[in-house]
Design a protein around this ligand. Structure first.
Ligand SMILES: Nc1ncnc2c1ncn2[C@@H]1O[C@H](COP(=O)(O)OP(=O)(O)OP(=O)(O)O)[C@@H](O)[C@H]1O
Length: 208
């Protein structure tokens, strides 16, 4: 069966700074369909910064991060969905409103209730996002990724705050996405298990 997605990421000579600190210098890497990259390293080293640059949300000092599909460059908006570390906690919406918005943007194949059920949030449509626990917010972020129909998932600390079932949900969801030809860039202090796939590991270190 032809995989659903077919995307490549080419990072070339990327140098990134925040304020007056250069965090990443001349980074080059390439990822293809079905691959995952695990970014790790100490607090403040630049993991989120690298995700933001790959998402087109931070301008590099120099170098490029390009998303390619069949020899054509995609915008980051077309290529990826981003699950930020803090999640959608500042939303003034209910869970149902928040997720319905993402479903309407992307044409999710599941109904709202089915999508919520798939991440263990059944019956929660009327709960305000601001009233979710940390683990529930993480589950909502996962639902947003699943509803996004984007080839590349950028995930910042996807296991933070999750219970055993939640961690297993991340594993199974990621495994399915990669089997579909998707890609994942994962910033995490702990390894994120993915069935049948060993993530490439990039350890960011001071002065690297
Ligand atoms: N908006 C900003 N302006 C200036 N500096 C920033 C900004 N955001 C982050 N930084 C700094 O950039 C550095 C890297 O931050 P980043 O969030 O990328 O680290 P991280 O590796 O993801 O850390 P953690 O493991 O704590 O999540 C930190 O020193 C941080 O203080």
């Amino acid at each position: 069966m032809t995989p659903r997605y077919n995307i490549r990421l080419n990072v070339q000579d990327l140098t990134l700074s925040r304020g007056d600190q250069t965090l990443i210098s001349d980074l080059t890497l390439a990822l293809g369909p079905g691959q995952a990259l695990w970014l790790t390293g100490p607090n403040g080293i630049g993991k989120t910064t690298l995700l933001l640059a790959c998402a087109g949300l931070l301008t590099p000092d120099s170098g490029t991060a390009q998303w390619i599909q069949q020899d054509s460059e995609l915008s980051s908006r077309e290529a990826l969905a981003y699950a930020a570390h803090r999640g959608p906690e500042r939303s003034g919406l209910t869970l149902g409103e928040e997720l319905a918005f993402w479903q309407s943007l992307n044409g999710d194949s599941l109904s709202l209730e089915e999508r919520l059920t798939s991440v263990g949030l059944a019956g929660r449509t009327k709960t305000p996002v601001i009233g979710l626990s940390a683990g529930q917010r993480r589950r909502l972020s996962l639902a947003r990724l699943m509803a996004s129909d984007r080839a590349a998932w950028l995930m910042d600390e996807p296991l933070a705050g999750l219970d055993t079932d939640g961690r297993a949900l991340v594993t199974s969801t990621l495994s399915r996405h990669l089997t579909d030809g998707g890609m994942a860039l994962i910033a995490s202090h702990q390894p994120v298990p993915i069935n049948g796939v060993e993530a490439l590991k990039l350890v960011l270190e001071p002065g690297a």
